[in-house]
Write a protein that binds this ligand. Structure first.
Ligand code: LMR
Length: 398
């Protein structure tokens, strides 16, 4: 019956985690997946999240199905987090938000929506982008193309080329943009660049689709929402998929949302309705538990500042690791500029290491990174950064 079913080649990120887990070398270092590890190399349990969960559990009660669109308190807390409480788009009820199964779930619901309501539209993603973006949109039956983004020589953004490409793509195309902490490069658009890009998106009737999976890991919770708010301020219609996996360290709870900013309340209502239809046909409705933890953290007067401080500490620890890696590797490989480790934002750095060098790092040094050369800086700690930098230096010198 299943003889024709082909083997799965494995996911470029998740398959590495399986190999890492099976590696019995005690000094192994996991810089592959986008997960924040603490100084001890553990996935932190945030105090704010733990307390919110204790309250959710203490409250108890039955577990009915949630509405298709998710829990009302979660959805409104997400909207306030993204746009800022009282933003005009919220007052005007122009935002359709669903609670999704991680932001991946949100991205996919949005992709299905696009395929249904913009059947001719193609999606344009940055070159490079998160490995799963292409696969997700292609999985929804949408043609995926690249726009220029990362400047491998200078380590910045090929902004002029990006604008030029977006001038030429068909009107009505969907443009996937990383709101902050670009995955995989760590190279973000500056505010000035967003301010130049947004009028072009509007003028060409392009449909921005923001992925905001790392809010709080760049410059701050509000700072990292700059693109979301600037698009909303400009009166644009757009999608934004956001995640709490990293910012609340609740990966396996699959907490995310998809919001669509619409021109008016009536369109928002219709869009919400069609997203509900998509969800119903896929998994019916989201789970309760994680979303309630998130809503408690966001809404509670004590837990909210506690969470913000914990997230700030994570962000700062990543910066410390960036500096440490930069310091050690610069000393070991003189004459080469590693300043990009300092200027990139969020969990990721694009190292410029080739796939073969990445393989050597894994095989000889038990240092795991994605074959694109992306490292998750949040996997570094003061116990492994020196050794990792040494290994990278040796591989670069070979
Ligand atoms: C990553 O890029 O490593 C994370 O977003 C985790 C994932 O699902 O790929």
């Amino acid at each position: 019956m299943f003889a024709h079913v082909e083997p799965f080649a494995g996911d470029p990120i998740l398959a590495l985690v399986e190999v890492f887990n099976a590696d019995d070398r005690p000094h192994k270092v996991n810089l592959s997946i986008g997960i924040y590890f603490d100084e001890q190399g553990h996935i932190p349990v945030m105090r704010s999240v733990q307390q919110a969960e204790a309250r959710v559990v203490a409250k108890g009660g039955p577990k009915p199905y949630l509405p298709i669109e998710g829990a009302a308190n979660f959805r409104s807390a997400v909207q306030r987090l993204l746009f800022g409480a009282g933003h005009r788009v919220l007052r005007d009820r122009r935002v359709a938000t669903i609670q999704s199964v991680g932001s991946s779930g949100g991205l996919k619901v949005g992709a299905d929506f696009i395929k249904r309501w913009f059947p001719q539209a193609e999606v344009w993603v940055s070159d490079p982008t998160w490995d799963n973006h292409r696969s997700m949109f292609e999985g929804a039956g949408i043609q995926v193309n690249n726009y220029p983004y990362y400047d491998a020589d200078g380590g910045g953004v090929r902004f002029a080329d990006m604008l030029e490409a977006l001038q030429r793509i068909p009107k009505g195309s969907v443009v996937l943009l990383h709101a902050c902490c670009h995955n995989p490069t760590g190279v973000d658009l500056s505010r000035t660049q967003w301010d130049q890009l947004i009028p072009l998106l509007k003028e060409r009737a392009l449909l921005p689709y923001l992925d905001l999976a790392y809010q709080g890991f760049g410059d701050g919770i509000d700072e990292d929402a700059y693109a979301v708010r600037a698009l909303a301020d400009a009166g644009a219609s757009f999608f934004v998929a956001n995640s709490f996996s990293k910012s609340m360290s609740v990966y396996g709870e699959r907490c995310g949302a998809l919001s669509v900013v619409c021109p008016d309340a009536r369109q928002a209502e219709h869009v919400l309705g069609q997203m509900k239809f998509t969800v119903r046909r896929n998994y019916s409705s989201p789970p309760i538990h994680g979303g309630q933890i998130v809503a408690h953290v966001l809404d509670d007067a004590d837990l909210r500042p506690m969470w913000e401080a914990e997230l700030a500490a994570m962000r700062e620890r990543i910066l410390v690791m960036r500096k440490a890696l930069h310091g050690v590797i610069s000393a070991k490989v003189p004459g080469r500029n590693f300043d990009y480790f300092l200027t990139q934002r969020g969990m990721f750095s694009y190292t410029g290491l080739s796939a073969l060098q990445v393989d050597r790092l894994r095989e000889q040094y038990a240092v795991y990174l994605v074959r694109s050369g992306r490292i998750c800086v949040a996997g570094l700690n003061s116990g492994n950064v020196e050794r990792t930098a040494q290994a990278m230096a040796e591989v670069l010198a070979a």
